[in-house]
Write a protein that binds this ligand. Structure first.
Ligand SMILES: Cc1ncc(COP(=O)(O)O)c(C=O)c1O
Length: 397
């Protein structure tokens, strides 16, 4: 297909796109095409409005009374409920707060404390996991006197035995975008009595995670990527309802206490997921995240996944036709069923090309050694943006 037919195809795909109205919910810079919704999701009008309201009405006027008269106390669980809806978890099983790194430390520690014994003493981690996950998992293993082991997620089933206390992996690989088989890894872990902690950072808001259906024990995820909570947005934690009152997290702060304002001498964990809170809610950033999640009440995650696949397939068709013979190769699964929300494009000059693209308003990122990451968020990107990127890339070499 010639480049002009590829562009014409974008026009008709955009005209028929059921997600096209979602773009109006975002405040996007007019001089950029933004392919990094997997890194920092863009600003929504709803997030800005929520922060404005929190600053100019609640903080300015309500002041400290807003903790009681407003929604500040319930904000972490209300935000968690909006996330639960997207990841297929029951209401009341998710709480927002902390960063993903800290959230992971808390749930991994809870899992280790619950399941480790003198013989069940291995913590298994995805060797291709995001570095923070590997650092945190190793630290939890040290703190709980566990043996730390790493392997590829595809090989985890062969490592599961009666010695494994906890396994942890990412649902979607942050480099390649490969979707891991959450259902079968979780089932294989359970078959030997191990617990599993999934990092949903690159999955939340772009693909249904079916947390409850897959019987996931614990999960964490990121607030600033596809759910657009803003820079440094709170992360979230999920704990299966049948486990939550049976586990303890390692930072027993007053916000996770059953009666924070009773100021008791000793810690009594709250019932349910509230026990995974530690300190005071970061109200302003939580407001931004809570507001940003409104978009997902209007557009179901199943249609977002369909839109993301359509953009990804359109990108790969453009790659095959116009890029594959000019030094680029595909670093992501070609099959859309195995591919998450971004596409990894490989090139020997990936870093240099990334800088050139950004200079021209195509916002992508570079991951060493040779990866250009291109996130195809269907809530605000058009097929036209993808066509323009393919056009620009085909001129690049
Ligand atoms: C898969 C994954 N896990 C964890 C993190 C770290 O998250 P945080 O900065 O919220 O600790 C990231 C950041 O990009 C990530 O991609």
């Amino acid at each position: 297909m010639s480049m002009s037919s590829y562009f014409a195809q974008a026009e008709s795909l955009d005209a028929a796109n059921p997600l096209a109205p979602a773009r109006q919910l975002f405040d996007l810079p007019s001089d950029q095409r933004y392919f990094l919704g997997n890194s920092l999701g863009p600003l929504t009008h709803a997030a800005r409005e929520a922060v404005n309201q929190a600053v100019n009405a609640e903080w300015k006027t309500g002041l400290v009374r807003t903790w009681h008269d407003g929604d500040w106390f319930s904000l972490a669980t209300a935000t968690g409920n909006r996330i639960a809806h997207i990841i297929g978890a029951p209401s009341g099983s998710v709480i927002a707060g902390d960063s993903t790194s800290i959230a992971l430390f808390k749930v991994l520690s809870a899992a280790a404390q619950k399941n480790a014994t003198p013989t069940r003493n291995v913590l298994l981690c995805d060797i291709n996991n995001f570095p923070t996950d590997r650092y945190v998992a190793r630290s939890v293993a040290d703190l709980f006197h566990l043996h730390y082991k790493e392997c590829a997620v595809s090989e985890m089933a062969t490592h599961f035995n009666d010695n494994v206390a906890v396994a942890t992996a990412s649902m979607i690989d942050f480099r390649s975008s490969e979707i891991h088989d959450v259902a079968s890894v979780t089932a294989a872990a359970h078959a030997v009595g191990a617990l599993v902690v999934w990092d949903l950072a690159h999955a939340t808001g772009i693909i249904p995670c079916d947390v409850e259906r897959h019987g996931i024990d614990f999960a964490v995820g990121c607030g600033y990527k596809y759910i657009n909570g803003g820079p440094g947005a709170p992360a979230f934690m999920y704990v299966a309802p049948h486990l939550v009152n049976d586990v303890q997290q390692p930072i027993p702060g007053w916000f996770g206490h059953d009666a924070p304002f009773a100021f008791e001498d000793t810690y009594r964990p709250a019932q349910g997921i509230a026990r995974f809170s530690s300190g005071t809610t970061n109200v302003l950033s939580m407001k931004a995240l809570h507001g940003a999640l409104e978009v997902f009440e209007k557009f179901p995650i199943s249609s977002i996944r369909a839109g993301s696949i359509a953009l990804g397939d359109y990108f790969i068709a453009g790659f095959d036709e116009h890029l594959s013979s000019s030094g680029f190769s595909l670093g992501s699964p070609r099959n859309s069923g195995a591919r998450g929300g971004h596409v990894a494009l490989l090139h020997d000059r990936a870093q240099e090309l990334t800088e050139e693209l950004i200079g021209d308003g195509f916002i992508v990122d570079f991951r060493p050694p040779n990866v250009i990451r291109i996130a195809l968020s269907p809530l605000f990107l058009r097929f036209d943006d993808v066509a323009a990127l393919i056009g620009r890339l085909s001129d690049a070499t």
